[in-house]
Structure formats: structure tokens, C-alpha cells
Design a protein around this ligand. Sequence first.
Ligand SMILES: Nc1ncnc2c1ncn2[C@@H]1O[C@H](COP(=O)(O)OP(=O)(O)OP(=O)(O)O)[C@@H](O)[C@H]1O
Length: 313
Amino acid sequence: MIALRGLTKRYGTKVAVDGLTCDIEPGKVTGFLGPNGAGKSTTMRMILGLDRPTSGQALVNGKEYAHLRHPLCEVGAVLDAKASHPGHSARTYLRAMARSNGIPTRRVEEVLELVGLTEVTGKRTKSFSLGMGQRLGIAGALLGDPGVLMFDEPVNGLDPDGVRWVRGLMRSLADEGRTVLVSSHLMSEMQETADQLIVIGKGTLIANAPIEQVIAGSSLTAVKLRSPQADALARDLAARGLGVEGDGGDELIVTGATIERVGELAHAAGAVLHELSMRAASLEQAYMELTATSVEYATPTSPTPDDSPKAQV
Ligand SMILES: Nc1ncnc2c1ncn2[C@@H]1O[C@H](COP(=O)(O)OP(=O)(O)OP(=O)(O)O)[C@@H](O)[C@H]1O
């Protein structure tokens, strides 16, 4: 479990992280999203004690990183895939890491097998491909068998096989009850992998919700229904603040509520339904709306706040 409490980081006049408060819970893959410069890496660095908060706290299992007795056994992270010492082999690199953290060296062989590097354990890491480097970084993160794991852009530069492997690994780590925090700019990948999303922009929290809820909050996500009482139902749903568009016949397109909620409201209104179906936005569309006002360097094609109303999450 990771708990951020009013976490703030200033660099001079620049506020990189601005009062972040949220919990990152075990048993889930939590996607950590935000435009370039939003403060994701700074947040992860503070969780790992690599940067000091200006104010607030980043807690791992209730403690600041500096107060963890055996940090590697509580939290593992891959922030930079190329961080391993180029002069070492995979085995000597991990053995040194294990020794300095009081972890039995037999665990090195276990994690090398887990990440599929057994064949190349003796090779110098400077000859490693990007994918092998990512796997070695992940092996290091898993060395202490920690309950909390953080990955910054873990599939960056990986081939499709590597991407699938990382995706499966994240899922199994979460299914084992671990806390898994993953930052990525790849929305299609996040849509495949994440259960929960934390979206930040300019250092502040924009959304913290299950992925389905983030998508349901997009103005492009709609519920289609057909009902013989479409007119009366349209008035009822509109009176509850939902967006409703009719075709003049029996069809309505409803925005601003989940399909379950629309079904419940139709039932409460006593309307007969002949169809109730979902038109889901993509995560990318939902994300673009959420962060439209938080992008530091917007391209001309980015949606503006005027043409894309902020999604309700
Ligand atoms: N050491 C530093 N000194 C000054 N400013 C910094 C420093 N580290 C980060 N920043 C600034 O803080 C802000 C947040 O940066 P950070 O790297 O955390 O964002 P990010 O969300 O990880 O971005 P990206 O997606 O591009 O990796 C940026 O404006 C960045 O320029």
C-alpha cells in the first residue's frame, strides 16, 4: 500500500507536485498517467526516498522510505531500465544488490529465471538489448519479494513479445495481492493492463478511479437505449442532469451516467426497454478530455477546454 498525503515538491518557483493525496491499493494494477512534466517521476522518486518532499508525505506500508528497515523487501521499482552497472554481468549485479540488502543469493537465480534471463546470466549487461535491460531492472525490483512495485514506462521500446510478458507480469503481481503502480503514456497499453487510474496534471490530482469509471466519464461515452416511452424517459433523464439526445423515434443517446445507472433510472421511471447498450470512448479519448487543460505544450490538434467538456469521474 502506498499513501500520498499532501505530497508537494517545489524546485525553486516550479511546483512539480502540488498537494497530492491518494492511496494506491494492493491487489490492483494502478496506472499513473499525466502529460509530460505532470509530476509522475517526481512523485515516484519521492516514494522511493530519492527526492525529499517540500511538504507532505509519501508512505510505503505506513512509513516513509527512509524509515523502512528492509526497503528492498517492501518496495521494488524500475525507474530507469538502463540503470544497471554496464561492467557487471546480470548475476554479479543482482548478487551485489542482494548482498547489500541482506537477501540470500539463491534468490538471484530465482528472479533471473522469473524474468527469463537464465540463459544470459554471465553476459555483461552493456551488451544487453533494451528488452533484456528492462527484464534485468524488473529482476532487481523483485529481488526482495516486495509487496509494493513501481514501474516507470515499463514497456518503453519493448517488442510485442516483451510487452505481453510485462503485461502478464503486472497482472500476476497484482493477483498475488501486491500493490502495482505503473506510469505510461501508452493509453492502449494502460487500457489492457490497469484496473485503477490515477491521472495527474501540473502536479495535482485530476482523477483517481477504476478505469471503467474514467471511460464512462468521457463525453464520448454514451448509453444507447430504445424505448416505446422514449419521450417521457428523455424528460426524466434530462431532469436528473444527464445529457439526452433523441432521434424523434424510440431511440435515445444518454451521456453522463453508466449503463447500470441508466438502466436503473429507466426501471424507476417505469419505462419498457427494447435495447440498452454501451458506446464506450477509448481510454485515450477520456484521457485527452481529462488532461486538456493540463498539457504544458499543447499541439494544435489537442482538444481545447472549449470543445471538450471536462469528464465527470
Ligand atoms: N531536478 C529538477 N529540477 C528542476 N525541475 C525539475 C526537476 N525534476 C523535475 N522538474 C520539473 O518538475 C516537473 C515534473 O517533472 P516530472 O519529470 O516529474 O514529470 P513527469 O510527469 O514524469 O513527465 P514525463 O512524462 O515527461 O516523464 C517538470 O516541469 C520538470 O521540468
